[in-house]
Design a protein. Structure first.
Length: 158
């Protein structure tokens, strides 16, 4: 029973991390817009799809590659839109797999990233921190080079 609780806790942490990412939220918005928009368009152009809700259902089923067959596009334009939905669905699944794989890798490498504050929510903030660190390292290198140059000059004068 403890393993189930650990798994649920882990899923909750990873899910919370996923929803904090802008890419996941953007992906969900894009899916919603595509499903809704194509559903309405299909309801307008295809006689086999009788209402916008049926079009949204058909778009969702097509995008997810389920293909129940309860609603079918019958016109040429409806089938072209369906083909585009299928290709878009393949791309979305690949994109979603990459996003969630990166979440899992970060979680696996660093433990519970958001609870420990180890992962930046904002890429610009992370980049700014990296640039500041590089600037500090560059200044240290220049100071060390100057000290080395001064000590070399002093040693050569003796």
């Amino acid at each position: 029973m403890n393993a189930i609780q650990d798994a649920l806790s882990w899923l909750q942490i990873v899910g919370r991390d996923a929803l904090r990412r802008k890419t996941v939220r953007s992906l969900l918005i894009v899916i919603g817009v595509v499903v809704t928009g194509s559903g309405f368009i299909l309801a307008l152009v295809d006689p086999g799809i009788h209402s916008p809700l049926a079009g949204i259902w058909y778009s969702l089923v097509t995008l997810a590659h389920v293909g129940y067959g309860d609603i079918v596009a019958t016109s040429f334009i409806g089938r072209v839109i369906s083909a585009l939905l299928i290709l878009f669905g393949i791309g979305l699944f690949a994109l979603a797999a990459g996003i969630f794989a990166s979440i899992l890798v970060v979680h696996d490498l660093r433990g519970q990233p958001h609870e420990e504050g180890l992962v930046e929510d904002d890429h610009e903030t992370a980049e700014r921190k990296i640039l500041l660190e590089l600037k500090a390292l560059n200044e240290k290198i220049h100071r060390l080079e100057a000290e080395l140059s001064n000590s070399t000059r002093r040693a050569s004068k003796k």
